[in-house]
Every structure is written in structure tokens, then in C-alpha cells.
Design a protein around this ligand. Structure first.
Ligand SMILES: Cc1cc2nc3c(=O)[nH]c(=O)nc-3n(C[C@H](O)[C@H](O)[C@H](O)COP(=O)(O)OP(=O)(O)OC[C@H]3O[C@@H](n4cnc5c(N)ncnc54)[C@H](O)[C@@H]3O)c2cc1C
Length: 441
């Protein structure tokens, strides 16, 4: 049985948030999760579930009881369907483990983001997404969930069963309860053909509509202060499609030495001598050579990220990408502000998840980054103002300065979400300062 364990200081991956919770719990069963929550509620303590701590925002911070589901992992059930299978997963399962377990069953998550260390529940709860004009984020793949509410009760929810709780819980910022299990609609395992190539921003934007729609998973990185981009085109293939995974040496050289090792060196030089950044960006962009490979989908979607950075990401209506990038470029030039990190541009289909950043509209995601040793505030504030002007929505797990009053106007179902929260957590057991800001007290 889980008991109160005094907690050390907790920090998120980006080192932007920390907390010293009263207790740290690692329950191993649904009953234990329920007991931890009930006991904390009785004592008037706040409760927060934490996954891998990979949110840049303070979403997982608590001064009360921090609950990790790292010991509540694995697949509970697989029910085949005509399109794949409904797979019930324990919510603490890390995506990288889930991907391997699914592959062994001939299954896969249809789309993923660019890292795989997050917990399933943590990733879903903040609206984690990948890229692909026909695909939604992780929460759109959910079909049911088991939620532990503030009083310790356990509720199964789905579109047919407590549908409003289900809508709020599948992308709920941890505000309505602890997700214990999540049922995902998985597809047959597939491979991806990856084609990465350097190019220019001008050419990429000129054919953006074509590539966004024609390529299964299209994205690009723009190197600020230059016209250089790196495009990534991932095409879905049957799981047994012939092709070579990226060679071990080549993969090591590209991902570890260039994308991670060399990138750290670039960032350190940029920090000491910001004036060199435009030349460094040009150099970094040109060093990335074209490459193609075929591998299991989850291995292509995700790569390691060893350079620590700060990030803000905005979802904007897809038609405004060019304007937003042009404005960012103009702001950087006007203010002589140097950024040695590329801007990542991705795409997603409109969905109906209440708090999804792609709710009701085809979306483009623009992610801005800054090395963790450099000042990010002025840059992020400027990009936020530019994105807000086109009704942009911030990623819930990344840095941003928005609050409930102005988020309400961009989410048509915001008040429905708050109504569920009021009903299931009137005492605000699951609240924290971040939720007070973005949802209200
Ligand atoms: C290097 C890096 C790369 C990233 N790449 C992407 C990307 O490609 N696409 C993208 O969209 N995002 C990306 N992110 C953001 C990341 O996916 C999200 O912030 C995600 O929430 C992190 O998952 P986690 O398991 O670390 O959750 P945490 O950060 O630990 O928690 C996030 C939220 O989920 C809640 N939560 C955790 N577990 C539960 C549970 N069992 N029940 C209820 N609530 C719970 C927490 O309370 C908190 O509110 C990236 C982040 C980093 C650091």
C-alpha cells in the first residue's frame, strides 16, 4: 500500500519549474491510486499527478501530494476492431514503452510527437501532438478513460458513459481527476519512409499547401536570420515494407553528433557571442544533409533531445503560417534579437476535443525555442503577441503568458469544461497555480 513519502524537490525537464511537495506517492494499483487521493482530500491536501515532467509550464507543480504512476504501467486489454484495436493502457506507461508493446501486437498509435519519453496520461492531458494535416493529437485517439475523482471514487467514462467527464478528462490538464487507464483506438502497425532535406523558406512556403496536404506527416524547421529550412516528409508504409533503417553510424552521426552534440556546441558559442548567431544558423542549416530511411513508425516520429531548451508553441489557423513567420522575422530584425534555435512548424486536422489547441479548425503549430542559458522572455512575448493577433492558442504544456479570461474567448467549449470541473472538483483538490491562471480559481 502506498504511504506518505516525504518528497525531495521536484524539477521539470526544462528547469523552468520546481516544487517541494508534502508527499510523493507511487501507487501500484487502481485501488491504491484511489486511496492516495481520498486520503489527501480528507486531509485537505492538494493532489497532482506527474508524468515525465516534460511540460515547460507549471502544469504538474504541487505543494501537496505528487502522484507518479510510474509503477502503474502496461497494457491491460486489447480488443480487435475492423480498423485496428481498442487498447486499454495504464496511464503511467511511457510512450516509448507503449510503442514497443503495441508493435509486438501488430499495432501502433496513428501519430506521435517528436519525443517519446512522456507518460501517456501526461502527454494526453496537455494536448501533445505530432504533425500531419489528416491527423489529430493524442487526445483524439482516446475512446474511454478510467478517472479517479477528488473523493477517491473511480469513474469509467466514454462518449456513451459520463460523456461530459470523458470530454473534459481526455485533455484535462489534470484538472478533473487522475487518469488511471486510457483506451486508445490503435491502428495496424506501420512503417514510415522519412525524407529530410534542406531547402529555403521561400520555396517551402510557396508549395506549403500542396506539401501539407499531400505528405502524410509534413513539417519544417526554419533557421531564424536566414532563409534556410529543413523539411521532413514522412510517408506511411505497411509495417513490413522493405527499406533500411537509418544506419547505426549514420543515425549516430546525424542525431547525436550533429543534431544533439554539435547543437550544444553551437548553443554555447551563441551564448558567448550572440553576434555570430546568423552565421551559426546558416552553418547549422547547411550542415544537415539530405537523408532518407525507412523504419518502424515510432522510431521515425521520435528522436532524442539532449540540448536543454525553453519552448513556447502556438496553434494558429493554418492559413496564417506565412504571415506569422513573416512577422516573427520582422520582429527579430527590428529588435536585433538573436535566436540560435530553429522555429518548428507542424500541422494538425481540426478536432472536437474541448480544450484541444486544434479544436474546430485545421491548425499549424509554430514552436519557438531558446537555449536554457539564454534569455527567452522578449522573444516569446513578441511571438505570443503575433500569434494572439490571429487567434492563436498556446500549447498547454509549454511556456506562455495567457490566462483564463482571454483563453475563454478562443475555446467555444471552455465553459463546458469549467462546469465539469466545478461538478467533480468543487474543493479544487487538483488545482495548482498554473490551473488557477489558465482555468481560474
Ligand atoms: C524535449 C521536449 C519535446 C517535446 N515534444 C513535443 C511534441 O513533439 N509535441 C507536443 O505536443 N508536445 C511536446 N512536448 C511537450 C510534452 O509532450 C507535454 O508537455 C507533456 O505533457 C509531457 O508529458 P509528461 O508525461 O512529462 O507530463 P507532465 O509534464 O509530468 O505532466 C503534464 C500534465 O499532465 C498531468 N498528468 C500527468 N499524469 C496524469 C494522470 N495520470 N492523470 C491526470 N493528469 C496527469 C499533470 O498533472 C500535468 O498537468 C515536448 C516537451 C519536451 C520537454
Amino acid at each position: 500500500m502506498a504511504t506518505d513519502r516525504p518528497a525531495a524537490t521536484w524539477r521539470n525537464w526544462a528547469r523552468t519549474e520546481s516544487a517541494t511537495p508534502r508527499a510523493y506517492e507511487t501507487p501500484e494499483s487502481l485501488d491504491e491510486i484511489a486511496a492516495v487521493v481520498a486520503r489527501a482530500s480528507e486531509r485537505g491536501l492538494r493532489v497532482k499527478a506527474v508524468g515525465a515532467g516534460h511540460s515547460f509550464s507549471g502544469a504538474a507543480v504541487t505543494d501537496g501530494v505528487l502522484v507518479s504512476l510510474d509503477r502503474f504501467t502496461g497494457i491491460e486489454d486489447v480488443r480487435p476492431t475492423s480498423a485496428g484495436a481498442l487498447v486499454t493502457v495504464r496511464a503511467g506507461t511511457r510512450l516509448r514503452d507503449l510503442n514497443r508493446l503495441l508493435w509486438d501486437q501488430g499495432l501502433a498509435v496513428p501519430n506521435l510527437g517528436d519525443i517519446d519519453v512522456q507518460s501517456l496520461a501526461g502527454a494526453m492531458s496537455t494536448g501533445t501532438h505530432g504533425t500531419g494535416a489528416r491527423f489529430g493529437g493524442l487526445a483524439t485517439v482516446a475512446r474511454a478513460a478510467t478517472v479517479v475523482l477528488a473523493d477517491g471514487s473511480v469513474v469509467h467514462c466514454s462518449p456513451d458513459d459520463h460523456p461530459e467527464l470523458y470530454e473534459a478528462a481526455r485533455l484535462g490538464l489534470g484538472a478533473v481527476g487522475i487518469l488511471a487507464t486510457i483506451t486508445l483506438e490503435c491502428v495496424p502497425a506501420f512503417a514510415l519512409h522519412a525524407a529530410e532535406a534542406p531547402g529555403t523558406l521561400h520555396d517551402t512556403l510557396a508549395v506549403l499547401e500542396r506539401d501539407r496536404l499531400a505528405v502524410d506527416h509534413f513539417e519544417f524547421y526554419w533557421f531564424p536570420h536566414t532563409d534556410r529550412v529543413l523539411t521532413k516528409r514522412n510517408t506511411r508504409l505497411p509495417a513490413d515494407a522493405p527499406g533500411a533503417p537509418v544506419g547505426r553510424v549514420r543515425g549516430f552521426v546525424d542525431d547525436e553528433v550533429l543534431a544533439n552534440g554539435m547543437f550544444e556546441v553551437v548553443q554555447r558559442v551563441a551564448t558567448r557571442a550572440p553576434a555570430t548567431i546568423p552565421r551559426l544558423n546558416e552553418f547549422a542549416a547547411r550542415t544537415l544533409s539530405p537523408r532518407e530511411f525507412v523504419d518502424r513508425s515510432y522510431r521515425v516520429f521520435a528522436s532524442p533531445r539532449r540540448v536543454r531548451f525553453r519552448e513556447m508553441e502556438y496553434a494558429v489557423p493554418v492559413g496564417s503560417v506565412t504571415d506569422v513567420l513573416t512577422e516573427i522575422d520582422a520582429w527579430l530584425s527590428r529588435n536585433d534579437f538573436r535566436v540560435a534555435f530553429p522555429v518548428e512548424v507542424r500541422f494538425a486536422a481540426a478536432d472536437d476535443v474541448w480544450l484541444s489547441t486544434a479544436h474546430g479548425r485545421d491548425s499549424a503549430y509554430l514552436a519557438v525555442h531558446q537555449y536554457h542559458r539564454r534569455e527567452h522572455r522578449a522573444y516569446f512575448d513578441a511571438v505570443e503577441a503575433i500569434a494572439r493577433a490571429v487567434d492563436g492558442r498556446p500549447h498547454w504544456g509549454k511556456m506562455h503568458g495567457r490566462s483564463a479570461a482571454d483563453l475563454r474567448t478562443t475555446y467555444p467549449r471552455f465553459d463546458d469544461f469549467l462546469a465539469v470541473r466545478d461538478r467533480v472538483d468543487p474543493q479544487r483538490t487538483f488545482a495548482n497555480p498554473y490551473l488557477d491562471r489558465v482555468l481560474g480559481p
